[in-house]
Design a protein around this ligand. Structure first.
Ligand code: GAP
Length: 445
C-alpha cells in the first residue's frame, strides 16, 4: 500500500474527481474545513444515516426518533456546561497575527514568555499567554444584535434530546429503560480542523441517548459498547482496523463517569469516530436546576421517582463516511492494469448497479435502457454507454458500484445479461427478468 499521506491525497483527489466530496465555496477559494457532498457522497452518507436509523429506531421497540432544532434557548448551553467549559486554550502571535492552540507541538518554549517562538513567522517573545476560546458558534435571534439576543449553533445534538426526554417518553408511552435517537447537524469553531472531513466546523452527528435507572447504567454501558462495535463491523469495516480506547481520568468530559472511544486506523493514525459515554444524571439534573422544571421519571410499578442516568452513543456521520472511504480504497493490479476500487459494503454503496450496452446498436441500448428503468425503481442504478466496456467498468470500480450489468449480443437472442462482481471480477449470466431479485438478494446478504 502507498504511504499514509499519499493515500489521503489520492482519496481527496478521487473524492473530488468522482463527486463524493467538494470543498465548500471552492470558486471563492474555499471555506476552511467546511465540505459539500457531491452526487456519490450524498448517497453514501444517506445510506449510512438510514442504516443507523433503521438499527436504532426501526429495529428496536425501546428507542424513539427525534428531530430537534439546531437553535436552542441559550440557557441550555449554560446548563450543559458548554458556555463555561467548551473551550480550547489559544495563543496569538502579535507579529504575524496567526492563532494557535496553546498545546500546538510546533511551538517552542512557553507561550507568553520571552523565549517562546512562533511556529509560523519564527519571532521570539511575540506569543501571548494562553486565553480560553469558546468553540461554540454564536449568532443573534431577531433584529437586535446584543447580548440578550445571543444564541448558539448547537455543538452537539444531545441537548435537544435531554430537554425533550419527558415529551418523548410521555407521548410515546415508553418506560425506562428507553432511548431517543437523533441525526442532525452540529457546529464547532474548531481551532485545529483538518484531515479532510475528519474534523470540520459543520458536521452531522448520529446520537442516541439511553435513559436508565441509576445502578443499571454500567450494564447498559457495556451493552451499548458491544452493539456499536458490531454495527461498524456490519458496515464491512475491517475488524483489525477498529479498537476501543477507554478515556483516562484526564480525558473524561465534564459529564462522563466512564467513556470509550471507538477508533479506526486512518492513514494518519488511530483516531476516534464514535464515543460511548456514561453521562450519569449530569445533564438532566443540570437542566432540572437551570429550568426549574422537574425532570424526574415516575416508575409506574414501584412508584419510585428518580432522575435517570444516560448512556450515550455518539458517532459522526461525516467521520464514519471518512472511515468507510478509507477502508474501501484499494489499488490493485488486474492482469497488468492498475485499478482503483472502492470496496464499499453493497448496502452502503452509492450506486448499486450500473447497466452497460456492449455496443450502441443491434437492439442492445434498447434492452439495456429497459433493464435500467426497471432496476432504478428498486435502488440507485446508473446507465453508461460511453467509452470502451473496460473504461466503463473502471469508472464504476472507482464509484464503488458492486454490480456491472452488460447487455451483449447473446442478451438479444436469449434474454440473459452478464453480471460482473466488482470485487471478484467474476462474471455470471443471469436472465434479465430475474435480475431484480438476483441483485436484491446480493444487496441484503
Ligand atoms: N454528545 C457527545 C459528543 O458530541 P464528541 O466526542 O465531542 O461527543 C462525538 O463527538 C462524535 O462526533 C465524534 O466521535 C466524531 O465522530 C463527531 N465529531 C465531533 N467533532 C467533530 C468535528 N469537528 N468534525 C467532524 N466530526 C466531529
Amino acid at each position: 500500500m502507498p504511504a499514509a499521506n499519499s493515500v489521503m491525497e489520492k482519496l481527496v483527489s478521487l473524492a473530488k474527481r468522482r463527486g463524493f466530496v467538494f470543498q465548500s465555496s471552492e470558486i471563492y477559494g474555499g471555506l476552511g474545513s467546511v465540505w459539500d457532498y457531491g452526487p456519490l457522497g450524498v448517497e453514501l452518507k444517506k445510506n449510512l444515516k438510514e442504516r443507523w436509523w433503521r438499527s436504532m429506531v426501526h429495529e428496536r421497540e425501546d428507542i424513539e426518533g427525534l428531530d430537534a432544532a439546531i437553535l436552542m434557548h441559550p440557557k441550555v448551553w449554560e446548563a450543559s456546561g458548554h458556555v463555561a467549559g467548551f473551550t480550547d486554550p489559544l495563543v496569538d502571535c502579535k507579529h504575524c497575527k496567526n492563532r494557535f492552540r496553546a498545546d500546538d507541538p510546533r511551538i517552542k518554549g512557553k507561550p507568553g514568555e520571552p523565549d517562546a517562538q512562533c511556529p509560523v513567522c519564527g519571532s521570539r517573545g511575540t506569543l501571548t499567554a494562553p486565553r480560553m476560546f469558546n468553540l461554540m458558534f454564536k449568532t443573534f435571534m431577531g433584529p437586535v444584535e446584543d447580548a440578550a439576543a445571543l444564541v448558539y449553533l448547537r455543538p452537539e445534538t444531545a441537548q435537544g434530546i435531554y430537554v425533550n426526554y419527558l415529551n418523548v417518553q410521555q407521548s410515546s408511552r415508553q418506560k425506562i429503560p428507553f432511548g431517543i435517537a437523533q441525526i442532525g447537524k452540529a457546529f464547532r469553531n474548531e481551532i485545529t480542523p483538518g484531515n479532510f472531513i475528519f474534523r470540520t466546523r459543520e458536521f452531522e452527528q448520529m446520537e442516541m441517548q439511553f435513559f436508565v435507572k441509576p445502578g443499571t447504567d454500567s450494564e447498559w454501558f457495556e451493552f451499548w459498547k458491544a452493539q456499536r462495535m458490531e454495527w461498524h463491523c456490519g458496515l464491512g469495516i475491517r475488524r483489525d482496523k477498529l479498537r476501543f480506547h477507554q478515556h483516562g481520568k484526564d480525558e473524561l468530559a465534564h459529564y462522563a463517569k466512564d467513556a470509550y472511544d471507538i477508533e479506526y486506523e486512518f492513514p494518519f493514525g488511530w483516531h476516534e469516530f464514535e464515543g460511548v459515554h456514561n453521562r450519569t444524571d449530569f445533564d438532566l439534573s443540570r437542566h432540572q436546576q437551570f429550568s426549574g422544571k422537574k425532570l424526574e421519571y415516575l416508575d409506574p410499578e414501584t412508584k419510585e421517582r428518580f432522575v435517570p442516568y444516560v448512556v450515550e452513543t455518539s458517532v459522526g456521520a461525516d467521520r464514519t463516511a471518512l472511515v468507510v472511504l478509507c477502508d474501501a480504497y484499494h489499488e490493485e493490479d488486474v492482469q497488468g492494469d492498475q485499478r482503483v476500487v472502492m470496496r464499499f459494503h453493497p448496502g452502503i454503496a452509492p450506486i448499486k448497479a450500473a447497466v452497460f450496452p456492449l455496443v450502441n446498436k443491434d437492439g442492445m441500448p434498447e434492452l439495456a435502457r429497459r433493464i435500467f428503468d426497471d432496476l432504478r425503481g428498486r435502488f440507485n442504478a446508473f446507465y453508461d454507454d460511453s467509452g470502451s466496456i473496460g473504461r466503463r467498468y473502471r469508472r464504476q470500480d472507482e464509484a464503488g458500484t458492486p454490480f456491472g450489468i452488460t447487455v451483449d449480443g447473446q442478451s438479444i437472442s436469449d434474454g440473459s445479461v452478464t453480471v460482473r462482481d466488482r470485487d471478484t471480477l467474476q462474471q455470471e449470466r443471469v436472465a434479465a427478468e430475474r435480475l431484480g431479485t438476483f441483485l436484491a438478494e446480493k444487496l441484503t446478504a
